[in-house]
Design a protein around this ligand. Structure first.
Ligand code: PAF
Length: 298
């Protein structure tokens, strides 16, 4: 794609600037809450390969619970824009809360069964907030394709269900999780960690890798896999969950087959961290897999 000039849009009216770009190919949206790291930038890179990349930066209040980190969530717009200048991004939409939400907010989009349990269990209104803002961003930007990070696996699946059920004509892609060299999944919340907590946080990826090893050795009993992950996650300050679910509908099966999600969440110091592996079990083989669509571009 030809390199476009990065534009910054704050209002819904500014998004009119997108209209002249629509004839140039697909509009590819990367929704973010900012505090960009290499993981986000890999989504942006993918977007620009597929069409005209548009990034949204919006810390969405409705997806944070009352005692969560909405107030302290890092807001680093200037730095984010500086990082994005090195990528062929057509525009960044960074609205104020009042541009997105009226007072009081009326309609909220509710997740279906995929929003139950896992993060939906410990963060009761989280996915309703995510779906509501994503539906608004889809309505405003009107992308042809949207890319989400696979690290937020349940988020990808509830958005997938929204797009399917509400007949939104948008192709979704879940892009692979980027990891630090020691395995820690990249996250904006890693910046909350001290050096010591950063080491402690490695138990999340270690739990997932140990579970994968067990699957490779032929164990396909959910209880055994969950037990192993829970044991390793004792190193965290508080375990939220260690689970194995079927993909895409997140059912619990005691004997694992087909496409599965190994998912963990734990508190380390001030940060609630999540991580996962998406795997396909087929013919006694274990292969890395994806969540949405055909995986053609993931
Ligand atoms: O994954 C995120 O950063 C957010 O949940 C999203 C999708 C941008 C909605 O606020």
């Amino acid at each position: 794609m030809e390199r476009a000039e990065l534009e910054l849009w704050h209002t819904r009216k500014d998004l009119k600037n997108l209209d002249s770009l629509r004839s140039k190919g697909p509009i590819v949206l990367v929704p973010t809450m900012g505090a960009l790291h290499q993981g986000h930038l890999s989504l942006v890179e993918r977007a620009s390969e597929l069409g005209t990349a548009v990034v949204t930066i919006f810390v969405n209040p409705t997806q944070f619970g009352p005692n969560e980190d909405f107030d302290s969530y890092p807001r680093t717009l200037d730095r984010d824009l500086e990082l994005l200048k090195d990528y062929p991004v057509a525009g960044v939409f960074a609205p104020e809360v009042s541009e997105i939400y009226g007072a009081p907010q009326g309609v909220m989009v509710q997740p279906g069964h995929r929003g139950m349990g896992l993060c939906g269990g410990s963060r009761p209104d989280h996915f309703s907030g995510v779906l509501t803002v994503v539906a608004k961003l889809f309505g405003l930007v009107q992308p042809d394709i949207a890319i989400f990070g696979r690290k937020d696996a349940q988020q990808c699946l509830v958005i997938g269900q929204m797009v399917e059920d509400l007949k939104m004509n948008i192709e979704l892609i879940d892009a692979p999780t980027l990891r630090e060299s020691d395995g820690l999944a990249m996250s904006s919340r890693n910046r909350y960690l001290s050096n010591e907590q950063r080491q402690q946080a490695l138990c999340l990826s270690q739990a997932l890798n140990k579970a994968k090893d067990l699957l490779v050795k032929g164990c396909c009993q959910r209880k055994e896999i969950v037990g192993t992950m829970e044991e390793i996650l004792q190193t965290a300050d508080a375990l939220d969950y260690a689970e194995v679910r079927q993909v895409p509908n997140l059912e619990i099966e005691e004997t694992l087959t087909g496409k599965i999600l190994l998912a963990v969440a734990a508190k380390v110091g001030p940060a609630r961290l999540i991580d996962n592996l998406v795997l396909e079990l087929k013919n006694n083989q274990v292969a890395d897999s994806y969540l949405l669509g055909t995986g053609r571009k993931s």
